[in-house]
Design a protein around this ligand. Structure first.
Ligand SMILES: Cc1cc2nc3c(=O)[nH]c(=O)nc-3n(C[C@H](O)[C@H](O)[C@H](O)COP(=O)(O)O)c2cc1C
Length: 156
């Protein structure tokens, strides 16, 4: 087993996020709250500001709403490009984000993030959370997903 397959407990888990109108941010804050209440240290950082190496974290959650035609929030573009050269082997990870089913590619950005994580060798812990905000934002979906995330972390 190499270094990046070992659980890393010295730093908090990471939620990297972008959001234009605040919905994906609220979903991330809900996930953060559930994890924190369960005693799991977690830190939320804007994808635009993040310059570090996520491989020294115990887990990585990536979050983007979908804009354009099934695209990432533009503040994700730099990291998503940089990560194409990286090996995330074994890094526990998951993706989430808001979108709307009125568009032809619902939550396409979440799939882009999940595919990037998977292609770089991350261990996808559970199916991505795609929150359809067509009729409003249901944060109970985020709570339920966060509990499943905790379960998946526990069985690593
Ligand atoms: C110009 C525009 C394009 C959008 N394109 C998509 C899309 O392709 N797929 C999708 O699922 N949602 C699309 N959406 C909907 C947003 O993703 C949705 O409103 C989401 O809740 C925004 O999240 P945020 O508050 O985190 O920015 C689009 C919204 C706008 C304004």
């Amino acid at each position: 087993m190499n270094d990046n397959q070992q659980p890393k407990l010295n730093k908090p888990g990471l939620i990297l996020w972008a959001s234009r109108t605040g919905r994906t941010l609220q979903v991330c804050q809900t996930v953060e709250q559930v994890l924190t209440e369960a005693g799991i240290a977690v830190e939320m950082i804007s994808a635009a500001e993040y310059q570090e190496d996520p491989r020294d974290r115990p887990f990585l959650i990536t979050a983007s709403p979908t804009y354009g035609v099934g695209d990432l929030h533009p503040l994700w573009d730099r990291l998503e490009r940089e990560w194409r050269q990286w090996d995330f082997k074994g890094l526990p990870a998951a993706a989430l984000g808001c979108g709307s089913s009125r568009y032809p590619v619902p939550c396409g950005a979440v799939e882009i993030l999940e595919t990037r994580l998977r292609n770089q060798g991350a261990k996808i812990l559970l199916p991505a959370l795609k929150v359809d905000t067509l009729t409003g934002l249901d944060l109970t979906l985020a709570e339920a997903w966060a509990h499943k995330f905790i379960q998946a972390l526990g069985i690593l």
